[in-house]
Design a protein around this ligand. Structure first.
Ligand code: NDP
Length: 314
């Protein structure tokens, strides 16, 4: 038995849920395959499920917890008739219409597809990361920098992301140490110059974070010198991991056009992919802004593009 829908939405962060609200209100009865709760990469609700307070989403002057914001968006979509399946798509076939998707051996067909599978921040792989994320450990300076006013914090990484995050964090923190695993940076020259010129930024070279210390929230880190092997500890209340992102696009490899880095390519100014009837929105196609509000905005674009495309087919 297979289930058919006019719109199949894969992924349920701010982009997918906004696309669901809009397509549901347009009476397209979308089916949202929202992801697997046990997963840290494509969990229902997306990356906001790993954050605590969101203070920059318009309309919530007191702030709102990330998971609550996503729960409300989900309720809003369900109110207009969106259906949800708490599973992970295991296979797709977009070579002919209707498009096909599978959750293990369960088969789904759809007239159109909106891909909103998001991205994940690369993490250090330390066991305590799961417990401390949102409690002093963060992957987004724009989101969480404000909470570290007058505190001493670290940024891990040596690329443009790390230096940009560090620069931004000096607006709030009293001191920002950048932990670099080699003795050189990967970041562009201009970003390096800016970081070196900032009196609040210092570098800790040849160092790898081996442990993040803290029970309820971060209180420090343990470091290992990558050259000598010597260990040391540092008292900090914030750890920002900025070692890169990875879009969740393995499912679409060889099917949808993507950059070498795996981000889906959409036609400029739209959410059209290389396959007519398949749209992409949110972080899966955006490595520049990566904000909940920009993801939501592109989810709205995908819904409108999809609705118009479906209309044009009849
Ligand atoms: P990059 O891949 O450029 O840099 C990742 C950095 O993290 C490297 O210094 C790398 O070290 C380090 N790293 C990787 N894994 C680990 C680990 N396990 N432990 C410690 N350190 C680690 O990623 P970015 O996110 O910085 O940048 C991605 C792309 O986005 C780049 O093309 C960049 O230029 C662009 N970008 C541009 C910006 C701008 O122009 N304003 C802002 C942000 C990003 P190593 O060098 O040893 O591999």
């Amino acid at each position: 038995m297979s289930q058919h829908s006019k719109v199949l939405i894969i992924g349920s962060g701010p982009a997918g849920l906004t696309a669901a609200i809009y397509t549901a209100r347009a009476s397209l009865q979308p089916l949202v395959i929202e992801g697997e709760p046990s997963s840290t990469s494509d969990q229902p609700g997306g990356q906001l499920m790993l954050t605590t307070e969101v203070e920059n989403f318009p309309g919530f002057p007191e702030g709102i917890m990330g998971p609550e914001l996503m729960m409300r968006c989900r309720e809003q979509a369900a109110r207009f008739g969106a259906q949800f399946l708490t599973e992970k798509v295991t296979k797709i076939d977009f070579s002919a219409r209707p498009f096909q998707a599978w959750v293990r051996d369960q088969h789904y067909t759809a007239d159109s597809v909106i891909v909103s599978t998001g991205a994940q921040s690369l993490m250090l792989g330390l066991p305590e990361e799961q417990r401390l994320i949102g409690h002093g450990l963060s992957t987004c300076a724009t989101c969480d920098g404000f909470f570290f006013r007058n505190q001493e914090i670290i940024v891990v990484g040596g690329g443009d992301s790390a230096l940009e995050e560090a620069q931004f964090l000096t607006k709030f923190a009293s001191k920002v140490s950048i932990i670099v695993r080699r003795d050189t940076l990967r970041a562009s020259k201009i970003m390096q110059e800016r970081a070196h010129a900032n009196p609040k930024i210092s570098f800790v070279w040849n160092s790898q974070v081996t442990k993040i210390v803290g029970d309820a929230s971060v209180s420090g880190v343990e470091l290992r010198d990558t050259v000598t092997g010597a260990t040391s500890s540092m008292a900090v209340t914030g750890v920002f991991v900025a070692i890169g992102h990875r879009p969740n696009t393995d499912l679409f490899r060889g099917v949808l056009d993507m950059e070498d880095s795996g981000y889906l390519i959409t036609k400029p100014g739209s959410t059209y992919t290389n396959i007519a009837g398949v749209f992409a929105c949110g972080d899966v196609q955006d490595h520049t802004y990566r904000q909940a509000i920009t993801a939501a905005g592109s989810g709205c674009m995908a819904a409108i593009d999809c609705e118009r495309w479906l209309e044009a087919q009849h």
